[in-house]
Design a protein around this ligand. Structure first.
Ligand code: PPS
Length: 315
């Protein structure tokens, strides 16, 4: 393998495209990244060591990461912090701060991450890293909860995020963003390859990778919450079921509740991105308000082609 004296040297050799949320994005191991994310990813590959029972919330951007981070945090900490507690951390600290993105951390901060009072489940991290680029120790030692979302909604959510977060040097049009997205040059894209990678892992290693969908979380939150609790090794007891705990977690982490909190309407994540950028409408099927029939058919067509033969269906 070729060695480079710095990540910058490596980046200068990579294929480059106009970026969706940065001036340029770079293709590394088949996926596209902003320079910041790419630096973070390479740092993880070189320095991150997962611990037994670490949990990773992995998504393609805009698939419901903020929601799942909140739910997992509430679930894991439920014994020490009731979801009805008026001082619950989720009411005071943004979900992305409670559960940081692995590739946005400095290597010197990896070991100080502690978001659970349960010492048997030490850490929860978020990540957009695709399977091909995951540090080996994550698959070996950790557990991954993967969440995907209808591709048309994912795109529409991403487009609005880029506009709202205002982190691109110049605004991007819907058509331009759509073209980059379809060609796979979106943040951690191609989204289809990202999803497929984890879908296959979830079939091959069901104890390591759990596959979830945003739409199923919306339609049947209790079922999905039970699946999650079981997967992380903390199933609900009958007493917890009877006490209404599931409803309390669902309510605490709901879009309505989270998006109204002062803490999620002020401040910024990693310097530039406003915390309120992570909350928009939270509505399934909202793409109908933004995409033409032609655009929707194009995304459906690519999805069908890419997922053909995988057993995964999303149209
Ligand atoms: S990121 O940047 O990848 O972390 O963004 P992500 O959280 O994956 O996606 C943001 C979309 O998720 C919606 N959202 C929620 N939906 C349901 N419940 C809760 N609590 C919740 N929090 C955020 C958010 O509104 C974005 O979707 P859209 O469709 O744009 O509203």
């Amino acid at each position: 393998m070729m060695t480079y004296s710095s990540t910058q040297d490596l980046i200068s050799t990579l294929p480059r495209e106009e970026g969706m949320h940065s001036a340029y994005s770079y293709q590394y191991q088949g996926f596209w990244y902003s320079p910041l994310r790419l630096q973070g990813l390479i740092d993880c590959q070189q320095h991150f060591q997962a611990r037994t029972d670490d949990i990773f919330v992995v998504t393609s951007p805009k698939s419901g990461t903020t929601w799942l981070k909140s739910i997992l945090f509430a679930l894991i900490n439920r014994e020490t912090c009731s979801p009805q507690d008026p001082h619950h951390p989720l009411l005071k600290i943004p979900p992305h701060q409670l559960v940081p993105f692995l590739e946005l951390l400095k290597p010197s901060d990896y070991d100080s991450v502690s978001n659970s009072s349960d010492s048997s489940i030490t850490r929860i991290f978020g990540s957009h890293i695709p399977t091909v680029s995951l540090p080996e120790s994550i698959m070996e030692k950790g557990k991954i909860v993967y969440l995907c979302r209808d591709i048309k909604n994912t795109f529409v959510s991403l487009f609005h995020f880029i506009k709202k977060a205002n982190i691109r040097p110049s605004p991007i049009s819907l058509d331009n963003a759509f073209d980059l997205f379809c060609r796979g040059a979106s943040i951690s894209g191609p989204v289809w390859d990202h999803i497929l990678g984890y879908w296959k892992e979830s079939l091959e290693r069901p104890n390591k990778v759990m596959f979830m969908r945003y739409e199923e979380m919306t339609d049947e939150p209790h079922v999905q919450l039970r699946r999650l609790a079981h997967f992380i090794g903390k199933p609900f007891s009958q007493e917890e079921e009877n006490s209404g705990l599931l409803d309390q977690i669902i309510k605490l982490c709901s879009f309505d509740s989270m998006s109204k909190l002062e803490v999620n309407n002020s401040g910024k994540l990693i310097g530039k991105i406003r915390n309120d950028s992570f909350f928009r409408s939270g509505v399934v099927g909202d793409w109908k308000n933004y995409l033409t029939e032609e655009m929707a058919s194009k995304l459906d067509r690519i999805t069908e082609e890419k997922f053909c033969g995988s057993g995964l269906s999303m149209t």
